[in-house]
Ligand binder design. Structure first.
Ligand code: SF4
Length: 300
């Protein structure tokens, strides 16, 4: 671990978001360097779909992209899963294997609609003494020569897309990506294409094989994606003022982070303990003041 992780390690949107959400959370994750023993399964479907898209857009090879999905699932340590969690894990895999080929079929015209597609682009820029690192998963250039960040979001059927994405106008992750693409990759990003993929309402039926379920998902997504809104896209132009605000507010945030680190005190934000995606994973550590080895381990 670096002697001063606040100043000597590069910042990223993930680190910054943790600090903004709760300074104590940042301390758990990046000063004490702790992580969960059991990775929450909730993010698995989204991660696997992201991986599929990265490989598919880089190669246009569906079978290679599906193999990479297997890799995401294989990387999960399932040794402590209950039977129910294990069943859900296999069901999620079948669901992803159904959604991805349907996506490839519906969005095959992307091959012609974009004149250039770049995947997994790393960027880096400086903030005074700090550096900021990140990746843009997908950058696309339209036929008019405009560059867009293609931001894929996996959401449940019940998500109200228009409400959720209103705040995206000032989303620090996208603003940092746009600035990073311009500074580091010399790509003038105009805006963001939100690529929304909704998870199916349909579940594995009693007695149904996972292969049959997968096929049912493929049919559901290829035939009803418009009516049911499984695949949706909308564009949003990026406002230069918001990028400038992001830079200014991040500079101020990093000054505060340096002070907290110098004082050895990262305050708790109890407002964030029950978040949008459930209870904070570090609640047990905050309540007990200890890291149970059943729940947490030091990052490698
Ligand atoms: S449990 Fe609450 S106070 Fe503790 S790190 Fe999480 S959000 Fe912060």
């Amino acid at each position: 671990m670096a002697s001063n992780p606040v100043e000597e390690q590069p910042w990223s949107w993930t680190r910054l978001r943790a600090f903004l959400e709760c300074p104590k959370l940042f301390e758990h994750q990046y000063i004490q360097n702790m992580e969960l023993v059991k990775r929450p399964r909730a993010f698995l479907v989204g991660s696997a779909i992201h991986r599929f898209l990265e490989v598919w857009y880089a190669t246009w090879d569906e079978s290679q992209a599906l193999k990479s999905v297997r890799g995401v699932f294989d990387n999960i340590d399932t040794s402590s899963f209950s039977k129910e969690e294990m069943d859900q894990y296999h069901n999620d895999y079948a669901m992803v294997l159904g959604i991805c080929p349907a996506y490839a079929k519906v969005y095959l015209p992307d091959k012609d609609n974009f004149s250039s597609i770049l995947t997994e682009q790393k960027f880096k820029f400086s903030f005074g003494k700090h550096s900021f690192l990140g990746y843009v998963d997908l950058l696309v250039k339209d036929k008019e020569g405009k560059w867009w960040i293609m931001e894929t979001k996996t959401r449940s059927m019940s998500t109200n897309i228009s409400n959720e994405f209103r705040s995206s106008y000032i989303n620090g992750q996208l603003l940092s990506q746009a600035y990073g693409a311009r500074q580091s990759l010399k790509i003038p990003v105009q805006g963001v294409i939100f690529n929304i993929i909704k998870k199916p309402g349909i579940r594995l039926r009693k007695g149904e094989t996972r292969e049959a379920y997968r096929n049912r998902v493929i049919i559901e997504y290829t035939q009803h994606y418009q009516a049911k809104g499984y695949f949706q896209r909308f564009e949003m132009m990026l406002d230069k003022r918001h990028v400038e605000n992001f830079l200014k507010s991040t500079k101020a945030t990093l000054m505060v982070a340096r002070k907290f680190y110098k004082d050895g005190f990262f305050p708790l934000n109890s407002q964030a303990c029950d978040g949008k995606y459930g209870q904070c994973a570090f609640l047990s550590a905050c309540l007990s003041g200890k890291y149970s080895s059943l729940l947490y381990r030091r990052k490698q």
